[in-house]
Design a protein around this ligand. Structure first.
Ligand SMILES: [Zn+2]
Length: 117
């Protein structure tokens, strides 16, 4: 799902997309000429490997997302928030979702057996 930067209103616009078994929904709000705030939630199940035994496991995901989407290069020195840059004048929510999913997958997760021992 892509939304053109220029079409995101200050009052916000709802979005909803999904990737594999993860749903991503929330609201996009225009913050400045080049910035759109994305507030949303990731929900669903993610399959990943246990960091200890390598068994495949499913992870329950329930995560709040708050980041900025920048129309072009983000040049502020403020690094307090996560910023994702887009260079085709559209906010691509699937890109945001997939990058969040990759971040979740790259964390260490342990299956029930390993976390009990
Ligand atoms: Zn394990």
């Amino acid at each position: 799902m892509k939304i053109v930067f220029k079409k995101v209103p200050i009052t916000g616009v709802d979005f909803k997309t999904s990737f594999e078994d993860i749903k991503f929904y929330g609201i996009l709000e225009k913050k400045s000429r080049n910035l759109v705030q994305c507030i949303g939630k990731l929900e669903g199940t993610l399959s990943c490997d246990c960091a200890r035994c390598g068994d495949e496991m499913s992870l329950h995901i329930d995560e709040k997302i708050a980041l900025l989407a920048s129309d072009g290069l983000y040049e502020s020195s403020e690094e307090l928030v996560e910023v994702i840059e887009f260079f085709d004048e559209t906010v691509d929510l699937d890109t945001i979702l997939q990058s969040e999913v990759e971040t979740l997958k790259s964390d260490y997760h342990y299956c029930t057996t390993c976390s009990e021992n």
